[in-house]
Write a protein that binds this ligand. Sequence first.
Ligand code: HEM
Length: 448
Amino acid sequence: MIGTSLCRWAISYCAVAIAWLLLAEGLMVAGFGFPNHDIGGPDTLVIVHMVCVGWLSMALCGALFQFVPVLVARPLYAERWTLPALALLTLGLTVLLAGFLALGGHFNGPAWLLPVGAVLLIAGFALVVVNLSMTLWSARPLPGPARFVAGGLACICVTTAFGGMFSLVLSGTAAGAQWPDLLISGVPIHAIAGLGGWLTFTAMGVSYRLLAMFMLAPDGDVRLGRLAWLAGITALAVGLVGGVLTFWRMTGLNLALLLAGPAALLSLAAYGRDVLGLYRTRKRRALELNTRMSLAALVSLAAAAILGAALLAIGFFQSHVGALAFLVAFGWLTGLVLANLYKIVPFLTWLETYGPVMGRMPTPRVQDLVAERRALKWFVVFFAGSWAATLMLLLDAALGFRVAVAAVMLATLGLSEEFIRARRLADVAEPLRLPTGAAMPHLLVSRN
Ligand code: HEM
């Protein structure tokens, strides 16, 4: 990644994302939303969108702005769009959440909050999607990992389109009244396209390149990732097209999911096999903490696939889908994002601070910006807390869930402190810390 230009606002996306995560965790600890309230109720929707949009999507957008140009060896199409997109996403999410709170009777808000929030969010995501798609378009034919990103970008369009239509229905507009059944048949499509297509599929693609880079494993074989991509894109296409047909009452959603399920499992199995292959052929014997923790997140993904299949087989899927969603959102996606931020934040900080003086002055290594032993305990608490919280949901133990999420929140706070220390160069030994010509980075924005 050396020689890459820095995206000025990538760090800001990560900072905003972590703020949303902490807020969502705080609300869960306080007993707001599921499992104390209905899983489809407005309070749960507040938490779901804080986590899915505010935390995961925001962090993913920041990482993609920095990383897609590296994947395709082309500059970002429009760096100047990244700040307006951040502003639109933040404002749109805030208004949408206000709409959910009004829907839940927490205050007497106007009905237009939900559609206006949706429009702002759609505008923000549109800026992100066009920017990244144009960057990918300039690099055809796409390398393997970039194809996953292209699939993910298509899925976020589906997610936001359905989200926009839901907001019209829920706010009681005349347009929304034309789709009385939309919420029943559309929510699974919206959730699968968002969690499965946009977040998971994109993260899988990006992790192929990141894991290979961090483990020093050869990833030049064009067949690497092909089966995972083909099976995954088939699962998403069958699930989404089937879902849309359900909406027109031409077939049952269960049939579509039954057909998509095995393809999704095949994709995950092929991905797991590929990651194991990269692990076995790696040249870096002792793995850095970020890679070890990415592997822990992958264990959660495998556990989620097994749990999902088991719940379906014993007929408990509907009643325990909350536990599965939590394991996917926290054990897998949040774990993977936090593990990668633990590398991305010091790396971008290092590039920004020492890049300009490299070769002219002695500089520290990227690893000198972090203290892995100190951070390890936070990751242990994070994963133990996430798995315990999933178990509590399976056991219907609401209080136990809140205690487990408190541990997850403590770990998030601990890791946030580690990120701040990396930005502040707090762990770099003094003679190398700020050589002549190097400037201390700002906390929330990069100089590029
Ligand atoms: C334009 C952006 C978005 C809007 C306007 C929006 C809106 C909505 C609305 C109104 C619902 C409630 C439907 C109901 O009453 O049953 C909902 C549900 C849901 N949304 Fe979104 N959404 C957006 C983006 C996303 C994204 C990006 C994700 C995931 C990555 C996501 C994940 C979910 C999930 C999992 C549910 C189901 C929650 C539950 O039933 O508890 N949404 N969304």
